[in-house]
Design a protein around this ligand. Structure first.
Ligand code: 13P
Length: 271
């Protein structure tokens, strides 16, 4: 191995660090957060994004306009307008300044009846309107215990990408988030388990994209924090980190992004 080799086993592929604020962020806090990360002048090669609640999305997008940080919604409807009380459409997100949208998070699948089919409709709608969908997939503890985690992940990927051309599939992003690793009750997943699951997901993505190396980015999420970010970031099939609680302060988020960039730049130990 050459002396200049780094821990980044995927040179040339962008590395993303993003956060969903979930149901957090009153206007004053949201503005302070956005102002702080708008002031970061060098992300050291990281592609940053934040997904605030709808109520502050336009404000956050305005404050981050012209910065490197992309802004996304946490959900949207598949239709453009109409009698869908309480819903938000892709054109509405675009008008607010969003360029991305998170779809199919396990909290939405579990509590709000989101299915692989509706996620697929939403992906089509997002692409039609120029939004980059970030699709969350992941198995439950029961599915892992029952030895069907790989099957579940393959099913989620295939149904998400159903009906898309290879070029369209290449514009979708994925986040592998084991359901049992997310949130207060979550247990951080061992990096070896993430590596194994991500390799299987990558095979599915390569197949959908029609060729290896051009397949959609695959992020990892679920109890990511300062202690475990580096081992996840170093995994060959992982193109980014999707963070909840540990990035709910601007400082926490910026520090995580720095940790990821240092991991990717660090010299790789000789085998
Ligand atoms: P936590 O990092 O809080 O576990 O949340 C992860 C997540 O759900 C990101 O979408």
């Amino acid at each position: 191995m050459s002396a200049s080799a780094t821990s980044n086993p995927k040179p040339g592929r962008p590395f993303w660090v993003g956060t969903s604020w979930k149901m957090n962020g009153l206007p004053d806090d949201a503005r302070r957060y956005a102002e702080r990360i708008a002031a970061v002048d060098d992300w050291h090669g990281i592609r940053p994004f934040v997904m605030p609640p709808f109520t502050v999305l336009a404000d956050v997008a305005r404050l981050l306009h012209g910065s490197a940080v992309q802004v996304g919604g946490q959900n949207m409807h598949w239709d453009e307008s109409g009698s869908w009380t309480g819903e938000i459409s892709a054109p509405m997100l675009r008008q607010c300044g969003a360029t991305m949208v998170e779809l199919g998070h396990s909290e939405r699948r579990r509590h709000f009846g989101e299915t692989d089919e509706t996620v697929n409709w939403k992906i089509h709608a997002a692409l039609r309107h120029g939004l980059t969908p970030l699709v969350c997939i992941g198995e439950t503890q029961a599915e892992r215990d029952g030895n069907v985690a790989d099957l579940i992940l393959a099913r989620q990927v295939r149904l998400a990408l159903h009906g898309l051309t290879a070029a369209q599939a290449g514009r979708v992003m994925f986040a592998y988030e084991p359901v049992w690793a997310i949130g207060e009750a979550g247990r951080p997943a061992p990096p070896e388990l993430v590596a194994q699951a991500a390799a299987g997901i990558r095979q599915e993505l390569d197949r959908a994209a029609g060729a290896p190396g051009v397949s959609p980015p695959l992020l990892y999420g679920g109890s990511v924090n300062l202690e475990n970010a580096a081992p996840y970031a170093a995994l060959a099939d992982i193109d980014g980190l999707f963070v909840g609680r540990a990035a709910w302060t601007a400082e926490g988020y910026a520090t995580l992004a720095r940790t990821a960039s240092r991991t990717l730049a660090a010299p790789r130990p000789e085998p």
